[in-house]
Design a protein around this ligand. Sequence first.
Ligand code: ARG
Length: 460
Amino acid sequence: MKLWAGRFQKETDTLVNDFNSSIGFDARLYRQDIAGSIAHAQMLGKQGIIEEHEAEKIVEGLKAILADIEDDKVEFSLDNEDIHMNIEALLTQRIGDAGKRLHTGRSRNDQVAVDTRLYVKQEIPTIIKAILNLEEVLVKKAKDNLDTVMPGYTHLQRAQPTTFAHYMMAYANMFKRDVTRLEDCLQRLDECPLGAGALATSTYPLDRFATAQALGFAKPTDNSMDSVSDRDYAIELLSDLSILMMHLSRFSEEIVLWCSWEFKYVDLDDAYSTGSSIMPQKKNPDVAELVRGKTGRVYGSLVTLLTMMKSLPLAYNKDMQEDKEALFDAVDTVELCLPVFAAMVDTLTVRPKNMAKAAAGGFINATDCADYLTKKGLPFREAYMIVGRLVNLCIKTGDTLDTLTLKDFRAISSLFDEDVYDALALKTCVNERKVYGGPSKDSVQTQIKLIEEFVDGHRV
Ligand code: ARG
């Protein structure tokens, strides 16, 4: 018989029973649900709402159920709808009448809200840890490649010289923001909805401060209607995870390009690539492609929740049960992607010669050539025009700027001297960019230090 069967005269249709049930996916909240129930029962006992000895019996019963679930000895039932009713039914089966007192002053509406908040609270540090591990890989790659000159691109056209280290630190900064966004989300969600009841608390003297503290929250939520109808914390997490996946996806895209024969800037380790069933020569970047592909799932979860919430009147509505699969799938996806992505980057081999060759071929020192003339007194716009003409000449003759003779240079501007070759050397072009945040060795070392300090300071 259903826990709520009292006012009904008919059995629930089996179709409705299956349709309504969430135990198939919310069973994974059993730990959070039991923790919430223990805190609630202890508070009920302390407040004299139920007898202390009954509270103790409930707590013991819940602990035994937890142990049995962990030992795989419990089978949940579809008839009990969700994890909350399953555990309550098991408790009553096991300890009798005392079990029936657990739900005093409580509703599944505040119960599910506390469970999902506890779940998000638990998962954020796991995700942060995985991002910090990736940051360490990026730092390592950067340290090994401070002098690895490569082209930087705009519009995917070779633009200006940079280094692989500078490139790695660009991504490190994105992931740093991802960590701080997640920490921010964690801080804002740190309020306990338990005690909000169905929507309007209770006539019992519930001590919401005590349950909040027992469950490790900073404080109880301030409005009971908001408490049971709020899923902002899940939406915030999914937004943060969507941005994180967008970063991983951009990085994946670069890796896919870089390991193509057209670029050959990197080689993926054999253990992190896959072959083709028909083309014997193939070595495919499946890990990067899958991370790029899975980004869509996480965006999908975010849109699911935003859409599910957008027209809901206060307070709880059953639509909200739909939050869980989307939330779990996004968290699982991110937790799956981060370690394998970090290992793929960690094990890839950089090809500095190919990067240097590409850097030498694309006129990426053209801005430096213009700057050379500007430093000799020419206004930048005029210098820019002169270098444009030089590039045009090179394209016709098959030269690069540094293979032109001094005569060629001087035919276009008498300001050119022998020292132009030094100014055009790619190493010079990179290392003269000493501006804060730039690609010079010193600047990148500062960037590495900042990321290292960040990682050390944010390990939990
Ligand atoms: N399984 C439900 C959910 O996930 C729990 C809350 C049910 N509350 C209710 N009044 N039907 O949202």
